[in-house]
Design a protein around this ligand. Structure first.
Ligand code: NAG
Ligand code: NAG
Ligand code: NAG
Ligand code: NAG
Length: 480
């Protein structure tokens, strides 16, 4: 009996070894890596929060590119030079900002509460921006990380715990290049024929980051000066997809070497704030910042430079209608606060998603993305429902959609076609049918509507509930 049980166990073990759990091993080339299906959580999530936080938050001037604009580019940005002359003693260097990165009010639970309240399903924090400072205790970034200096705290780890506690997915942004790293500059000088920076700094650190924090998303950046072969990107990704502890859940973007973006990797970011004109064939993400001038915190930001809630929701809707995810950025202060104006935007999105999230989360693009009807409309779909989102309050109660095909559009006789231009309901008797229903999300009453021929329908809108986001959604069931 025991002998037999052992034998069965052995046989099972042998079978398990013979058949790799995922079935496929990826090769270190783009053809193989690009064929990996994206883990499903990502497309379902639709909305994430991007957080740019680092030493650049301390000067909080111009943008997170401050160091480069001040001392990297030639000629330097005169505004940055003047800012330093006016406010800091001579000889003050960029690394001198690090001890002022106190993060003394950083409460990861507070942040995670705000992110959760925004309706976002994932959070991406800068683990290392182009300045090279790691917001975690990287042993490859000695004295230039958030535990050796500044906050004396593992920011990546502390936020990970709070974010995961709320069942949000956690991702890390990592810049491949580092503006002023001597190893990188030496490789660059050699036209990237040497890889000292990659082999001694970048890769060991990246492996360590994955093993330490098990991110579910790596938002790679800073790749464009050198080819993917310099960065060893395909070797790293093959490890990530085959053998890392996150191999089944990890999602990556497309910034893995000059010429890669919009072409290779996991989902596509393409350029920052990319907005495609038509439905892309590949899963993509739009990253956008509430502060339109910067990803990092800016002490001089003005209200007029910030996206307001309606424009954010509009951007989110248009992105999702086009099959994208929306990654919205906020830049916290060096003392660890999310500026209340950002928090207000985030909570506003969440309040809107509370009512309208059905049309966003896990939705798919519809066969048509947008049409100009009574007002411009953006479509999403889920299972057999079609959602029509509009962000302009119509001046009439009759709402015309020209594209959805109701059962009655083509089959019911005896219903007079309604002129699309009709602006009042008088003389029009909207009918409801069992096979097609129209509701306004947040409103239980089905709406009255009438078919148009050969397609389209006219819907009798109720008084629209006021919403600070200024976006309303019609749910159509039983349309094609
Ligand atoms: C979050 O933390 C609380 C309190 O520590 C714990 O009870 C709860 O199970 C955690 N939730 C998750 C999803 O980890
Ligand atoms: C790098 O390329 C440039 C331009 O092609 C060339 O002038 C230079 O000699 C090269 N440097 C090295 C170290 O190969
Ligand atoms: C980097 O890539 C080369 C081949 O391009 C490979 O021989 C080497 O092992 C890789 N190194 C790492 C650390 O991935
Ligand atoms: C709708 O109208 C806007 C503004 O006139 C225009 O830019 C857009 O291309 C139109 N969309 C469609 C689908 O016709």
């Amino acid at each position: 009996m025991f002998a037999q049980a052992n034998w069965v166990c052995l046989l099972l073990a042998a079978l398990l070894i013979a058949i790799p759990a995922s079935g496929t091993r990826y090769q270190a080339n783009w053809e193989s890596l690009d064929a990996r299906p994206l883990p499903t959580w990502y497309d379902e999530a639709k909305f994430g929060i991007f957080v740019h936080w680092g030493v650049f938050s301390v000067p909080g001037f111009e943008s997170e590119w401050f160091w480069w604009h001040w001392q990297g580019q030639n000629p330097p940005d005169p505004k940055c030079v003047k800012y330093m002359l006016d406010n800091y003693p001579p000889g003050f260097s960029y690394p001198d900002f690090a001890p002022q990165f106190h993060a003394q009010f950083f409460d990861p639970d507070d942040w995670a509460d705000i992110f959760e309240a925004s309706g976002a399903k994932y959070v991406v924090l800068t683990a290392k921006h182009h300045e090279g400072f790691t917001t975690w205790p990287s042993s490859y970034s000695w004295n230039w990380n958030s535990v050796d200096t500044g906050p004396h705290r593992d920011l990546v780890g502390d936020l990970a715990e709070a974010v995961r506690n709320r069942s949000l997915h956690y991702g890390l942004y990592n810049s491949l290049y580092e503006w002023f790293n001597p190893l990188y500059l030496a490789d660059k000088k050699n036209n990237f024929t040497t890889q000292d920076f990659v082999l001694k700094k970048l890769l060991p650190e990246l492996y360590d980051m994955v093993l330490s924090y098990k991110p579910e998303l790596i938002w790679s950046d800073g790749d464009w000066e050198a080819p993917d072969t310099y960065w060893n990107s395909t070797e790293f990704l093959a490890w990530l997809y085959n053998d890392s502890p996150v191999k089944d859940v990890i999602v990556t973007n497309d910034r893995w070497g000059a010429g890669c973006y919009c072409k290779h990797g996991g989902y596509y970011n393409c350029a920052d704030k990319y907005t495609p004109g038509e439905l892309p064939k590949h899963k993509w993400e739009k990253c956008q910042s509430v502060d339109t001038q910067s990803w990092g915190y800016r002490r001089t930001m003005r209200l007029s430079e910030l996206m307001d809630l309606p424009s954010i929701v509009q951007d989110l809707v248009q992105t999702v209608a086009m099959g994208g995810n929306y990654l919205l950025n906020v830049g916290p202060t060096p003392d660890g606060m999310i500026p209340p104006v950002f928090e207000e935007r985030l909570r506003g999105i969440g309040a809107w998603l509370e009512v309208n999230g059905e049309a966003i989360y896990s939705s798919k693009p519809w066969r048509l993305q947008t049409e100009n009807a009574t007002v411009p409309v953006w479509y999403t779909s889920k299972y057999s429902s079609v959602f029509a989102v509009f962000m302009t309050k119509p001046t009439v109660y009759t709402f015309h959609l020209s594209e959805p095909i109701t059962a009655e559009s083509t089959t019911v006789s005896g219903v007079e076609p309604i002129a699309a231009e009709s602006t009042t309901v008088s003389g029009v008797e909207p009918i409801t049918a069992e096979s097609t229903t129209v509701t306004l999300l947040g409103n239980l009453e089905p709406l009255r509507w009438a078919p148009l021929h050969p397609r389209g329908l006219i819907i009798l809108l109720p008084e629209l509930p006021p919403t600070p986001a200024q976006a309303w959604i019609l749910k159509l069931d039983g349309v094609k």
